[in-house]
Design a protein around this ligand. Sequence first.
Ligand code: CLF
Ligand code: SF4
Length: 493
Amino acid sequence: MAAPVISVESLTGARFSDQLLVSAKSGGCASSSCGSSTRPDDVDPAIWDKIKDHPCFSEEAHHYFARMHVAVAAACNVQCNYCNRKYDCANESRPGVVSEKLTPDQAVRKVIAVANEVPQLSVLGIAGPGDACYDWEKTKATFERVVREIPDVKLCVSTNGLALPDHVNELVDMNVDHVTITINMVDPEVGAKIYPWIFYDHRRYVGIQAARILHERQMLGLEMLSARGILTKINSVMIPGVNDQHLIEVNKWVKQRGAFLHNVMPLISDPAHGTHYGLTGQRGPNAMEMKALQDRLEGGAKLMRHCRQCRADAVGLLGEDRGQEFTLDQIPGELTYDAGKREAYRELVADERRDRLAARSEAIGMVKTTSSGKSLLVAVATKGGGRVNEHFGHAKEFQVYEASPIGINFIGHRKVEQYCLGGWGENATLDGVIAALEGIDVVLCVKIGNCPKDQLADAGIRAIDAYGHDYIETAIAAIYAAESGVPALAAIA
Ligand code: CLF
Ligand code: SF4
């Protein structure tokens, strides 16, 4: 049976927001179970409390909650071969110029504007465009002011780690309980191929000496954060032929030092970005190479697979970017924070999450009990909320799940160019979408036309639009069971 239809779009659309506000102002709950917990069974309650609204630290939360970055930290103390200073920090963003750098005062104004308009907002991150710990005074000034204005926004920092040990105590004092360190190596010989120089203790270091200092500071910073109970995620850029095999060693080291998550991201390399790697032809990994490495890392430090390599000024759910709606020229000079939309959204989402979790458990249970030993890769067109709720032609990315005898797991996403614009689809665009879906068995979407459906079939990919608005896992379980000869609809009714 299909689950009731509540999309993130409906949760955040104007009419629904009005409904939420009325409910919040009258003191009543929009849901029947305020604050209900959706904690998965395998997560410690204290940890769950920290990650349940963080879209990067919880895959489950990323279906419902949004982050925003403010680009206040412009200076950097490291040179990475995948970074060009004219572009966003590749630690946390895809290489595109930051629209505007902000002062701490401007940043606070922007955070209030976004918090008033984007009910999903739960996390404020500082991820560049340089390094948040090196450009520390601006990072600190921004956080101190935001905490005063919007105390329930979580604070998050991303850093290359070189200056991190100098600021751990202040991070604790400011209640920053999520930190990301980009660690691409634990062997300075490998590091020397990634970092031409660093600037540390008033002087510049190059080569293996630079990589050794960076490595020691990264390990020290991670150990200090773990000792203070701050959840730490490690981002690693996978660079084929440079550190791809070495990341297995990195995973072991960071696990031993208490890292909460390990996020392996593909190198983005393009001559147009003007980076060393881009200009020298260093390639990034393809989707199947990424998956193969991530599969090898299973069993080590827990993996994050839903990273979108977002910009240092990104705003919104991880798969979208609403940054252009909140440029400074669109934000009023004087603003007062209004918590109404965010509070009402949280109450409504608590119910929705609980329902989805129950449906997910049922679906995974069914997949585990089928006798099939096969694995199925399913690409889902979704706008969020954990549902199949996007048309094939409107998708700018597909979320990829693997169904197998061990369950249904989110394993990544494939970015694509939107195929259908103004009611028409271009063949060349469709070719690109099909290429991006390499290795996928099934595409799930709300609707798809006969032409793209046939071309997908020619490429060995089945497109199915019979599960529109169902929970993703419910739909995948039905397909998996049908392929295994189990009467699927009866099993999940
Ligand atoms: Fe930003 Fe990073 Fe905090 Fe998230 S991003 S500082 S942990 S709030 Fe998230 Fe973006 Fe991936 Fe970063 S999807 S690039 S992991
Ligand atoms: Fe660029 Fe970030 Fe590396 Fe600094 S740490 S060089 S800003 S990718």
